[in-house]
Design a protein around this ligand. Sequence first.
Ligand SMILES: *Cc1c(COP(=O)(O)O)cnc(C)c1O
Length: 425
Amino acid sequence: MIEKITSSQQAIALEDKYGAHNYHPLPVVLSKGEGVFLWDVEGKKYFDFLSAYSAVNQGHCHPRIKDALIEQAGTLTLTSRAFHNDVLGPFEKYITEYFGFDKVLPMNTGAEGVETAIKIARKWGYEKKGIAENQATIIVADNNFHGRTTTVISFSNDENARKNFGPYTAGFVKVPYNDVDALKSIMAENKNVVAFLVEPIQGEAGVYTPDDTYIKEVAAVCKENNVLFIADEIQTGIARTGSLLAVCGNCSCEGHCEKQETYIQPDMLILGKAISGGFFPVSAVLANDEIMGVIKPGQHGSTFGGNPLGAKVAMAALDVVKDEKLAQNARKLGNIFRERMQKLVDKYNIVKLVRGKGLLNAVVINDSEDSSTAWDICVALKDNGLLAKPTHGNIIRFAPPLVITEEQLHECCDIIERTIEGFEK
Ligand SMILES: *Cc1c(COP(=O)(O)O)cnc(C)c1O
C-alpha cells in the first residue's frame, strides 16, 4: 500500500523507520516546487537557497525542461547503448559545441562522471604518456569533494566519509588547495603523475574560492609536465558562479564565446547536477579526441548513460541557461548578495565572513567548527521561510536557483539579516 502523506511528522517518521540513515536533513518535508520557491506538506512557502546542491540552477520544475521530459517520456526512454538512438547523436553534437570540446562521454551521476575521468586519465597515462603498468598517479586537492564511490572516498580528507570503508583505491596523492608550488614540486618528484583533479571552487568544503590566478597557473603547470588538468565543475558549472563555467574566469558571455582571454580550457571537464536542471540524473565528461580516443568499445559504460530521456532533458536545460542569461543574472545578483552579507559581517559579531562567486556563496559563522550554531541558524532560517544548509559545522552555503530576481534576492537578504540578528548576543 502506498501511504498518503498528510503531515511532515508522518513523512519524517516513515523515513526514519524504513530508510537508511545516510543523511541528516533539516526537519522540513517538501511537496512542491516552482522557480525559486518550495512548499512543505503543510503549505508553508520557502525560498530555496540550496537548489539541490546546485542541481536546479534553472529553478524548480522549469516548464521548458518539463515539456521536453514529458514529450520524450512518451516516445522513447531507454534502449541501452547496445543500439543507437536518435537523440544521443544530436545531444553529443549539442553539448560538445556548447562547451567547445571534440567529444563527450555521457553518464548519470556526478560521481560516475568523476570515475569516468579517472579511468580515462589513467588509460591515457599508460597508452599516451608511457607510464609503467599500475604506476599512474592522480593528484587531488586537500578537502576535495568528488562524490561517494569507493574510489572517490579513497582520496577524501573527510574521516566521516572514509572511515571503515577501506581498503582504499591506490594511486592518489593530495596537495593543499590553492597552492601551485606544492603542485609543481609533486610533479617534479613523481614522473608517474597523469592528472590533477580539482574543483575550481571547493563547494562542499565550504565554498573555498582560490586566488584569481590559481586555475590559470594550474593549467600551465599541468601543460608543462604533460599532466591532464581535470576540472570537476559538477557544482560550479552551468552558470552557477556567474559565468558558464568557473574556468571561464571573469567572462560572462553565455556559452563558450570565441575563446575569451580569461577562459582556461581543461583537458577534461566533468559536469553533472544542473546539466539536467534537476529532472533526471545526467553527467558528462568532455575532452578532445587525443584523450577521449583511448576509450574503445567495452572498456567503459553504463546502462542508462546516454539514454534519450536524459539527453533530451539536458539539451532543454542547457538551452534555458543560455536563453534566460542565467550566468549574467548570477554574476549581478552574486555581487549584490555579497555586498548585503558584508554589511552583516561588519555589523554582527556572529558573522565572520562571506565568500564565493556568482550565486555560490558561503557565510562563515563566528563559532567553532563543531558547534551547532550554523545548524541552529538554518533551522531558524527555515522557520522564517528560507532553506539553506550548513556545509561544515560553522559554514552556511547560500545558493539559490539562478532565476531569482533582484527584488526576491533583497527579500531573502532581509530574512537572513532578521534571523542573524536573533542570534546576536
Ligand atoms: C555533487 C558533486 C559530485 C557528486 O555528484 P553526485 O551526482 O552526487 O554523484 C562530485 N563533485 C562535485 C564537485 C560535486 O559538487
